[in-house]
Design a protein around this ligand. Structure first.
Ligand SMILES: *Cc1c(COP(=O)(O)O)cnc(C)c1O
Length: 404
């Protein structure tokens, strides 16, 4: 292709057009604030997407990374990696899990969970179970296995054939759940709040019933905590709200404060299913990645980031309910901790765009839900600013009838 044709085909960019990008280039971040290359300042209520849970460039993580950058970047997992051991110990000391596998992304963590569940059933239990049950509207990632696990058709278009062994059930349908579990079922995978699916919290009674059913029928329970974990919902991990101990759970997004890292965690009896050589990842748990994990968890614990997310989340929701009360476009304000959704009567893309113009970054969760994901240490003044900008946007757009 000629240079001109190439540019015309892709808007002058050398990147695949996989993202519909906003017309903003962010170049600097500190705490709750971001700056673009034009010098404009934004209050960040999206945090990547639930990634920078301690705000941008939190000092303890920045210092730990700088120290590690000066010492050693990478060694193979064929060697002991002290930071990796320490990060894993912090995770197991602060959860019911006994074993951790580090990787680099959320999809990779879910892949590891799917592989561990199958291998445990087939190699340790010696049965033929392979099927993974997931839920309509769920989101579990973009690799072939995890997009297959995802209960949304839009991520699957054009990628056929998909891997076998996945089955979907409607959320909150107890009969469908009981009927779907067979002697082929290896595991059920669920998000406690369907985040990408529209900030839809799963009913706690349903979650408990699911946990009980899995236990009775020899099925492993996998919680995808990639968005709900790392303090986001007001507990370090969201399963703590329900008194449920999933056999396996996965983390990524907030785990490294923005450094790319994921993890799959499991109970001790599953550990032997991953023997030497059965799974691996070149970049999983490097000295740098696990320095970020270690500093992130230590900071979350010392700052009680989860407790603050719970308190600030309640404040945010009550302020939103007060300031958006009576707006005909707003249908529901829901969520847990600082994973909050404003469900609306129609498409909310104009709210996101208007937010950017007025210095507030928010995202959608599906077409009709505005999703708010501030950092867990966000101040009440910053929450007040965000709510006031949102209230003025909703008022102005409703008045201009751009939203109906
Ligand atoms: C973001 C997300 C993933 C995928 O994580 P990646 O790092 O993008 O691969 C999986 N599950 C949930 C619930 C997520 O929010």
């Amino acid at each position: 292709m000629s240079e001109l044709n190439k540019q015309a085909a892709n808007g002058g960019s050398s990147l695949f057009p996989t993202y519909a990008r906003y017309p903003i280039a962010l170049v600097k971040g500190e705490g709750s604030w971001l700056w673009d290359d034009q010098g404009n300042k934004y209050l960040d209520f999206m945090c990547g997407i639930a990634v920078t849970n301690l705000g941008h460039a939190p000092k303890p993580v920045k210092d730990a990374l700088a120290k590690q950058l000066a010492e050693l970047w990478h060694v193979s997992n064929l060697f002991h990696i002290p930071n990796q051991e320490a990060a894993a110990k912090l995770l197991t000391d602060n959860s019911h899990a006994d074993a951790v596998f580090f990787c680099s992304t959320g999809a990779e963590a879910n892949e590891a969970a799917i592989k561990l569940a199958r291998r445990y059933q087939q190699k340790v239990k010696g049965n033929g179970r392979y099927e993974i049950l997931t839920f309509a509207q769920s989101f579990h990632g973009r690799t072939l296995a995890t997009l297959t696990a995802t209960g949304q058709e839009k991520v699957k278009e054009g990628f056929l054939p998909l891997p076998e062994g996945f089955r979907y059930i409607p959320l909150h349908d107890v009969e469908a759940l009981e009927a779907a579990i067979t002697d082929k079922t290896a595991a059920v995978m669920i998000e406690t709040i369907q985040a990408e699916g529209g900030v839809l919290p799963v009913d706690p009674a349903y979650l408990r019933h699911l946990a009980k059913l899995c236990k009775e029928r020899g099925v492993l329970l996998i919680f995808d905590e990639i968005q709900t974990g790392m303090g986001r919902t007001g507990k370090l991990f969201s399963f703590e709200h329900y008194g449920i101990e999933p056999d396996i759970f996965t983390l990524a997004k907030g785990l490294g404060s923005g450094f790319p890292v994921g993890a799959m965690l499991a109970k001790g009896e599953l550990a032997e299913a991953f023997s030497a050589g059965s799974h691996g990842s070149t970049f999983g748990g490097t000295p740098i990645a696990t320095a970020a994990v270690k500093a992130t968890i230590e900071t979350m614990l010392s700052e009680d980031a989860a407790g603050r997310a719970a308190e600030t989340g309640e404040y945010l929701v009550s302020e939103l309910r007060a300031k958006l009360a009576g707006n005909p476009f707003v249908r529901d304000i829901r969520g847990q901790g600082l994973l909050v959704g404003i469900a609306c009567a129609g498409p909310v893309a104009p709210v996101v765009a208007e937010g950017q113009k007025r210095g507030l970054l928010v995202i959608t969760a599906g077409p009709d839900v505005v999703r708010l994901l501030p950092n867990l240490l966000v101040s009440r003044e910053e929450v007040d600013q965000a709510v006031s900008i949102l209230a003025s946007i909703f008022a102005d757009l409703t008045a201009a009838a751009q939203l109906t």
